[in-house]
Write a protein that binds this ligand. Sequence first.
Ligand code: DAT
Ligand code: MG
Length: 137
Amino acid sequence: MSTEETLVLVKPDGVARGLTGAILARIEAKGYSLVDVRLVEPDRAKLERHYAEHEGKPFYEPLLEFMMSGPSVAIRLAGNRVIEGFRSLAGTTDPTSAAPGTIRGDLGRDWGLKVQQNLVHGSDSPESAARELEIWF
Ligand code: DAT
Ligand code: MG
């Protein structure tokens, strides 16, 4: 069994709505290990690095604005196949259509070009995880 690590963010909407504990509880109940947890208030430069793959897309600027609207919680999370596993726990990107039982499906709601609120971020590959963990920790 190989243990891997991923970056999880509880985004500003999750922190502002007081859902950090509920989200951490789901992560812990699944059996993943919290290696490091910190409250972060990222500047634009950090977010430009984090979201480099989305530069130029219509939602890019609103996304950065949203991510600077309040603190997030950054989590270094470890476990067997945790990258895939956390993405599964989080649910699909749009909370309206995310499956019930997932974080976004149960706790998130509307979403659109100017509404980036989908509660969490999770790295999407081993390469992304390594790159993103280096940015946030
Ligand atoms: P995910 O967070 O599921 O990995 P992503 O990497 O494609 O999704 O996009 C990063 C974030 O950008 C996503 O969490 C919310 C926002 N976003 C993505 N696609 C969007 C769209 N079509 N309209 C508005 N916001 C979008
Ligand atoms: Mg992504």
